[in-house]
Design a protein. Structure first.
Length: 318
């Protein structure tokens, strides 16, 4: 598999550094990066630097299409694998010196979303926006935004670990590797970095809500199933800390999830060009932009409830 990047684009440089690092050897059984058989860096005289990653073919083993696997089974296995990884890399000695790791997986995301938050607060009455973010949601998001530095500090004070940075269905594949129970192989490590315990699990929930993989009536069950299996993975990796800290990391990381809902939704709602690009993808699944707005509303509601739980935990634990 080959991809090109401009010289000032650090994402593929980061992924190349990741595959060339010793961290690859430390992943636990049950969760691993997709195998990279070769990595070529081709520096053009005047054009972009190209990075060619020769990765294993995971093919139809995509966790989102695995035969005989229910959606719930997939999310539980993916969450467990992410937990194994998180527990393995908590305070890993190699992380501080790996300067190429992304360090702003939450703060950078929040900063990038600022224009969408300001647009939401300036005019929340556009039909699609109002459908996704009713008045109560806008009021809650305004309070979230005003206290964003405090919420970021909470995440900074949690145990830090290696995070994938984009833990969604299309990047996580079921693999057996000779074991009776499938584990997870992950692709797209361009956002790999250091972040709070629980962040990858929260991201997994976020995409479950946004990709129509889970009925809106089951979002609460899926959210709890992801947490329970993630916690089990963290503990199976040998971490013996207070389980409430994992719960705080998961629920406090819903700050990033709520930010994602605003950022991604308003990018669509405020740009007709983006709407035209997204509409065919939705129509292929028998869906409309209104369906997308409804999904954003339900996902944000569940993320808000989880995030509000983190406020009491924060006062107890930090």
């Amino acid at each position: 598999m080959g991809r090109a990047t401009q010289a000032d684009d650090t994402s593929l440089q980061r992924e190349a550094a990741f595959y060339g690092s010793g961290l690859i050897q430390d992943f636990p059984a049950g969760f691993r990066p997709a195998r990279c058989y070769a990595l070529d860096e081709q520096v053009g005289e005047s054009g972009p630097t190209e990075y060619w990653f020769w990765l294993e073919d995971l093919g139809s083993r995509s966790a989102s299409r695995a035969a005989g696997r229910t959606v719930d089974d997939y999310y539980e296995r993916a969450a467990y694998g992410l937990g194994l990884s998180s527990g393995t890399f908590i305070d890993h000695p190699a992380l501080p010196d790996a300067t190429w790791l992304k360090r702003d997986n939450v703060r950078g995301y929040v900063e990038n979303a600022a224009p969408q938050f300001h647009a939401l607060f300036a005019d929340p009455t556009t039909p699609l926006i109002q459908r996704a973010f009713p008045a109560a949601a806008v009021d809650s998001l305004r309070a979230l935004w005003q206290l964003r530095e405090r919420h970021l500090l909470t995440l900074d004070r949690l145990p830090q670990t290696l995070v994938h940075g984009d833990a969604q269905r299309t990047n996580l594949f079921l693999v057996t590797d000779g074991a009776r129970d499938p584990g997870i192989a992950a692709i797209d490590w361009s956002a790999v970095g250091v972040g709070p315990l629980g962040l990858d699990a929260a991201q997994l929930f976020a995409t479950s809500a946004f990709t129509f993989a889970t009925g809106v009536g089951r979002l609460a069950d899926v959210a709890e199933g992801i947490y329970e299996r993630y916690l089990a993975g963290v503990q199976a990796a040998g971490w013996q800390g207070d389980p409430r800290v994992v719960r705080l990391g998961y629920t406090a990381s819903m700050f990033r999830v709520r930010t994602m809902y605003v950022w991604r939704s308003l990018q669509i709602y405020l740009d007709e060009t983006v709407q035209k690009r997204v509409a065919p993808q939705l129509q292929a699944s028998g869906l409309t932009l209104e369906d997308f707005s409804d999904r954003a509303r339900h996902g944000e509601q569940r993320a808000r409830a989880l995030f509000e739980e983190s406020l009491a935990l924060r006062d107890q634990l930090l």
